[in-house]
Design a protein around this ligand. Structure first.
Ligand SMILES: Cc1ncc(COP(=O)(O)O)c(C=O)c1O
Length: 455
């Protein structure tokens, strides 16, 4: 593997940065622009993004040259490609570059071509997609599986197909946007509950049931929260759902394959395989492909999704290549090799957390392939992300709308194929980037206060 390229452009010019506005503001200001011209009213957002890009603090839509491997070439808007250690791709078990997975993709391409050429309710299914449904159903002890072209579609499609205007959704306030947007599209009766707080769920369920015994309640949570690396008490949530006549949906996008015995994720860790009403998954984190699914013990629920979940019914099915990749990835994830890959990614995650802790940097949640370094300030997150990229360490700085305002963070996603040297280097660079970014942001703040006083 080639060594990372280190680009150091010297100290940031605090005055220029302060004057530019590149660190100021958040996307929330631009979420609902006013004006009759839907296209022109996006121009203020464009100006803000362009300023950020010009100062290297626009962290979105970077371009990966080649496969999502631990060392990768990344191009940022307006900059040449740089090589560095990649903690910004999602491929927890490193299966996207596994020879058996690549072979499976090549075989499917040769045998069935690149395209499903139809929605799953028309002629988009194949021998491989039926096999995938069966494998997932057996693994999760939830035999009725519906596939979707993306995890996002599975989440949005399931919530909108199952919940109607008179029904209710009780949802963790930090649930993924696909779930929150699905809930908002389905009903106005959406009650967000405090993150992981089952007491709050119980309170909300009791309140809803006290006034409405006739309509459905969907309780929505995640197995492993994608920005926080923490998990709810699933046995308790399922128990509460039974008590109040509600239905539990658990999104296992980030933990299935990556955690737990035989890769069964948080369901496996909490002895809940086959015991949760509805399981939702995405293949894109551990199974090397786009795609998602809903699994349950109910054939009737599968029918409801088949005819009413828009992204299943009105979108072309997963391609044969995608399905073959997921099947092969599932086979590896459930094997001894899968255990070894999970041990590797966990070793990397624990080592990273330990190095950061030694440097006095606290990570959110519990050990998993997701390591969130919560910094709060959007400005510090933006700037430290830039400084890290300049030192050949790619992470995702996440701010609103990915997380709530004031809860910005650096999110690192570990892969089995990272090594301990790369992890140590990342921790060292994070420490110095946070230190320097904090000082620069403080400098910008003082400069702005002085300007206001002078004015
Ligand atoms: C919890 C969760 N659910 C669903 C999705 C959507 O999955 P995909 O990106 O595979 O469409 C994501 C992806 O980021 C996620 O984090």
């Amino acid at each position: 593997m080639q060594e990372p390229t280190v680009i150091d452009e010297g100290d940031d010019d605090i005055e220029a940065l302060a004057a530019s506005g590149a660190l100021a503001g958040t996307a929330a200001q631009f979420a609902q622009p006013r004006g009759a011209d839907l296209v022109r009213r996006a121009e203020a957002l464009e100006a803000w993004c362009a300023t950020r890009a010009a100062h290297g603090v626009w962290q979105y839509a970077r371009v990966l040259d080649g496969a999502p491997e631990p060392v990768a070439s990344v191009r940022e808007e307006g900059l040449p490609a740089a090589r560095g250690i990649n903690f910004a791709s999602q491929d927890y078990l490193s299966l996207a570059s596994h020879p058996a997975v690549v072979d499976a993709a090549a075989r499917a391409l040769h045998d069935a071509g690149p395209h499903s050429a139809g929605s799953a309710v028309l002629l988009g299914n194949s021998r491989l997609s039926l096999a995938l449904e069966q494998v997932l159903g057996a693994m999760l002890q939830a035999p009725h599986v519906t596939l979707f072209p993306t995890g996002w579609g599975a989440a949005f499609g399931a919530v909108t197909a199952l919940v109607h205007a008179r029904d209710h959704v009780v949802i963790d306030q930090l649930a993924h946007a696909s779930l929150r947007q699905g809930a908002a599209a389905a009903t106005r009766n959406v009650a967000p509950h405090r993150h992981l707080d089952c007491g709050h769920v119980r309170e909300l369920l009791a309140q809803i049931r006290a006034r409405d015994a006739d309509n459905g309640i969907l309780v929505v949570t995640e197995g492993l929260f994608s920005m926080d690396s923490d998990s709810p008490d699933l046995p308790l949530l399922q128990h509460l759902c039974r008590d109040y006549g509600a239905t539990l949906l658990v999104d296992v996008a980030h933990d299935l394959g990556a955690l737990g015995p035989n890769g069964l994720g948080v369901l496996g860790l909490q002895n809940m395989v086959g015991k949760v009403d509805i399981v939702l998954g995405a293949f894109s984190k551990s199974f090397a492909s786009n795609g998602g699914f809903i699994a349950s013990g109910s054939r009737a629920l599968k029918r409801q999704l088949q005819l009413f979940a828009g992204p299943h019914l009105f979108s072309n099915a997963l391609s044969p290549v995608q399905v073959a990749v997921v099947l092969e990835s599932l086979r590896i994830a459930a094997s001894d090799e899968g255990d070894a890959l999970r041990a590797d990614v966990m070793r990397n995650a624990c080592a990273l957390r330990a190095h950061l802790a030694e440097a006095g940097i606290k990570c959110g949640g519990t050990p998993s392939p997701i390591v969130p370094v919560v910094v709060g300030s959007e400005q510090v997150a933006r700037l430290s992300g830039k400084l890290l990229a300049r030192q050949g360490v790619f992470v995702n700085p996440v701010e609103y709308p990915g997380v709530p305002l004031g809860a910005a963070r650096l999110r690192l996603q570990l892969m089995a194929n990272h090594n301990l040297q790369q992890v140590r280097r990342a921790a060292q660079q994070i420490e110095s980037a946070l230190h320097r970014a904090g000082a620069v942001v403080e400098g910008v703040r003082r400069h702005q206060v002085a300007e206001v006083r002078r004015a």
